[in-house]
Ligand binder design. Structure first.
Ligand code: SIN
Length: 482
């Protein structure tokens, strides 16, 4: 088995491509500051070439049978899994994710390719009972066309496959702009896709140090028919505005402010395990990480102590070390944001039970932290932390918990722990969120619909619904059938 190389050129129309600007930019390991590669710094012109290539490839790719596309996607899945260890290492080096989590992300990312390879064959239409006897009424589903994916650094592989596997399965072609910080995994995916047999132009990767110009092409070019973005809500709103001019179908997986409610009747051990898994996954840098712990009065002190005990034992370090549970944050801006939020809370009376900055390991490390005595007047109640800080808010009644949980413009993921069956249904139905974990802290899987409500986004990824984002429904009325 040949190894996956570090690629530095963009991948456009089936070729490794030097950008028109001839410029490159550095990819830096956040754990060590080491320069990993000098990657193509593409411009709007390069993005346009990629869109045009994807457009040319669309006709032949969409005309393949679903089975033919499925076979190629399955090969891509196999190759990703064969290269699991190398991809995981590359991912850890470019984003700092602990290696065990990176190994898990490769499996998670590959699962979307496998799932949609299977779903490709199940894009069914409908035969609809007609209103008159002389006609047949049908609805067919057709691939929408060139799809673009603007993806984040926190899941360098899985967010690409979660968008592009359904696109390719449906018969669309794709242009990806990976996050500035994490293009290496994306380029490796392109290499494996080519080996799997993806024809030229079907999957393109355009790398750039400042995504604005490339992003403008991917959201505004008339040949692009679908835009999918994962990232912050402000950027998502801007991309939606850009896509509006040509009325492109859009999916947005945006920011969250996930509540994690612990009721007095919860199984506390299970709640602590769920809390650790959800809050500290990828060092607190996922959109579905807990942002606010809402803990009922009667169990608050016990929960706070047990959580702080577990958190204080977590191993912090370079993600390449097997023992590392918490890696670095992605950049200085992330450290600044976390520091500001913790300072804001402590200056208004919050207590640090464990944690705080850890600059002795490296400038981008922040120790996993637990804050008590936190109130809804502090910034951590409203703002996405995106770091390893667990603020614990206190509540008295179920109604209070639901009100506090829903008191946010965001609505991605929510979690709650209780053993009361009536409460399970009441709370699950009352939470204004796209996804709810009930006595469970990790809910992401290729078989379930991932996505948010309110300002957390539009559309669903994964599951049987994920492919709908890449098809148009066409109504056919066949008349004159006397
Ligand atoms: C994200 O943070 O954007 C994705 C998290 C997941 O898929 O679990």
């Amino acid at each position: 088995m040949s190894s996956v190389q570090i690629r530095e050129q963009a991948y456009i129309d089936g070729a490794w491509t030097t950008p028109s600007t001839q410029k490159t930019y550095q990819i830096v390991n956040p754990a060590t500051g080491e320069v990993l590669a000098n990657v193509a710094d593409c411009s709007a012109d390069d993005a346009t070439l990629a869109v045009e290539a994807a457009h040319r490839a669309f006709g032949p790719w969409s005309k393949k049978t679903a089975k033919e596309r499925s076979v190629i996607l399955k090969k891509w899945f196999d190759l990703i899994m064969e290269h699991q260890a190398e991809l995981a290492r590359m991912m850890t080096m470019e984003c700092g994710k602990p290696i065990n989590e990176s190994m898990g992300e490769v499996v998670y990312g590959a699962s979307f390719v496998e799932w949609f390879a299977e779903e490709a064959k199940r894009v069914y239409g409908d035969i609809i009972p007609p209103p008159k006897g002389d006609r047949k009424v049908m609805a067919i589903k057709q691939p929408i066309g060139v799809s673009t994916a603007i993806t984040p650094w926190n899941f360098p592989l899985a967010m690409i496959t979660r968008k592009c596997a359904p696109a390719l399965a449906a018969g669309c072609t794709a242009v990806v702009k990976p996050a500035e910080a994490t293009p290496l995994t994306a380029l490796a995916l392109a290499e494996l896709g080519a080996k799997a047999g993806l024809p030229k132009g079907v999957f393109n990767v355009v790398t750039a140090s400042h995504g604005k110009d490339v992003g403008a092409v991917l959201t505004q070019h008339p040949l692009v028919k679908k835009v999918s973005f994962t990232g912050s809500t402000p950027v998502g709103k801007q991309l939606l505005k850009q896509a509006a001019d040509t009325v492109k179908k859009s999916s947005m997986e945006l920011g969250g402010n996930a509540p994690f409610i612990v009721f007095d009747d919860a199984d506390i051990d299970a709640a602590i395990s769920g809390a650790i898994a959800s809050k500290y996954r990828n060092t607190g840098q996922t959109c579905v990480c807990v942002n606010r712990f809402l803990v009922q009065d009667g169990i608050y002190d016990q929960f706070a102590k047990a959580l702080a005990d577990r958190v204080s034992k977590m191993t912090i370090g370079n993600g390449l070390e097997e023992s590392t549970e918490q890696g670095p944050l992605i950049n200085q801006a992330a450290i600044n944001k976390v520091t500001e939020l913790v300072d804001d809370a402590t200056s208004s009376g919050a207590n640090v039970l464990t944690g705080g900055p850890r600059s002795d390991i490296g400038s981008l490390f922040y120790a996993p932290t637990v804050l008590t005595n936190v109130t809804d007047k502090m910034r951590v109640f409203n703002e996405e932390i995106f770091g390893p800080v667990a603020p614990l808010f206190r509540f008295k009644t179920e109604e209070d918990a639901i009100r506090m949980a829903n008191d946010t413009p965001f609505g991605l993921a929510a979690y709650f722990y209780t053993q009361d069956m009536g409460r399970i249904w009441r709370v699950a139905e009352s939470l204004e969120y796209g996804m709810v974990g009930i006595n469970e802290g990790i809910i992401s899987t290729e078989v379930a619909p991932f996505g948010g409500v309110k300002e957390s986004g539009l559309g669903r990824e994964g599951s049987k619904y994920g492919i709908d984002e890449y098809v148009e429904i066409k109504y056919l009325c066949l008349g004159g059938l006397d």
